[in-house]
Write a protein that binds this ligand. Structure first.
Ligand SMILES: NC(=O)c1ccc[n+]([C@@H]2O[C@H](COP(=O)([O-])OP(=O)(O)OC[C@H]3O[C@@H](n4cnc5c(N)ncnc54)[C@H](OP(=O)(O)O)[C@@H]3O)[C@@H](O)[C@H]2O)c1
Length: 324
């Protein structure tokens, strides 16, 4: 008899990691323009644990989007790596057996659906599912803000605050790839890692406040973890320097508007767009020009532990969740 059930992590209310419940539910069925993916790995991104806890920036807008009283999205999960096991008759891009990775929806489950528009790319044979589930969220974000928003150029001086996290590890490597001179900011335990990613200089934030430096100037300050402010960084920026802060709050939005009128310097915040960047990331990884950094791996059955660990705000690169 065909088993139409699958394991999935269900979210019915906001709260601590323990609100995530592993259950057996109906396997999704695909439309003609969709594929069914057997999920092998996913991850815990800040988007996942904030969607679970409802502690997202830009309250109340974020809360209205996510569901004011209870979550609209019942199955979380942002990054996916898996195998296509069913193909709708209108789909030409994929075939059964293709292995893909990227960004999906409802991924904390054994199976998820996607369409040709879902930002996925083919996995090369050398990439593991764990690696595949650790690229899109941080990589696309770092690429979008450095390239599309700040138009990073070779020879520029770039500082990455939060250089050891999911976005930071890609930001350091991509800034180096684009020819920048990179300073990474992280804590003592991550100094060697950030150096190994190519940073020319590393500032240990437990010993030194980078905003208090007297001489240094940067063309781009990319605050990946939103722990600084434009007012503290302004004097460190070159005349047309750019301050990127990707943890949006209302104050940064006002700054962005105000600075654009009053100064040659720029403040940029907002949400990353996918923009085809995933293909470049895959090519750089295949060419060994970009490393994937994984902190810890948890099985789906321990999703609550994985969320609790990532939510502490000190993960290194990615926290992976494997799905058998
Ligand atoms: N706007 C967008 O489109 C967009 C897209 C993606 C992500 N984001 C946001 O970007 C933020 C970062 O995401 P992520 O995935 O990189 O998070 P993450 O992996 O959870 O970041 C953890 C890292 O931050 C470092 N960190 C913590 N406090 C720090 C401090 N005071 N100074 C410097 N580093 C510090 C930690 O290093 P230590 O352990 O050494 O402290 C750790 O390695 C999240 O808030 C996320 O929501 C925004």
């Amino acid at each position: 008899m065909v088993d139409n059930k699958m394991k999935a992590v269900i979210l019915t209310k906001y709260g601590a990691p323990s609100v995530l419940k592993l259950q057996k539910i109906e396997k999704p069925t695909i439309k003609e323009n969709q594929v069914l993916i057997k999920v092998h790995a996913t991850s815990v991104t800040p988007m996942d644990y904030r969607s679970r806890s409802a502690k997202a920036p830009l309250w109340p807008i974020s809360r209205i989007i996510m569901g004011f009283w209870k979550p609209k999205q019942k199955i979380l999960g942002t990054e996916v790596a898996g195998e296509i096991v069913e193909v709708g008759k209108d789909v030409t891009k994929y075939k059964k057996g293709d292995k893909v990775f990227g960004l999906g929806n409802n991924v904390y489950a054994e199976y998820t659906t996607a369409s040709e528009k879902t930002p996925l790319v083919m996995m090369s044979p050398t990439l593991s599912y764990e690696d595949g589930a650790s690229i899109a969220f941080g990589g696309i974000t770092a690429l979008y803000f450095l390239k599309n928003k700040a138009n990073i150029q070779s020879g520029q001086k770039v500082l990455i605050n939060g250089a050891s996290g999911g976005v930071g590890v890609f930001a350091v490597q991509l800034a180096k790839y684009f020819g920048a001179e990179v300073t990474g900011v992280c804590s003592t335990k991550n100094v060697d890692l950030v150096k190994s990613l190519g940073a020319d200089r590393v500032i240990d934030y437990t010993k030194e406040d980078f905003t208090k430096a007297k001489e240094q100037k940067y063309d781009i300050i990319f605050d990946v973890v939103g722990k600084s402010s434009f007012s503290k960084c302004r004097k460190l920026l070159t005349r047309k320097g750019i301050y990127l802060n990707i943890v949006p709050n209302y104050r940064v939005f006002i700054r962005m508007f105000w600075t654009s009128k009053m100064s040659e310097k720029k403040v940029i915040t907002g949400m990353a767009a996918v923009n085809g960047g995933l293909l470049l990331l895959k090519e750089l990884i295949d060419a060994n020009k970009l490393q994937v950094i994984i902190d810890r791996t948890f099985p789906l059955e321990q999703i609550a532990d994985a969320h609790a660990y990532a939510e502490k705000g000190h993960k290194i690169g990615s926290v992976v969740v494997t799905v058998d």
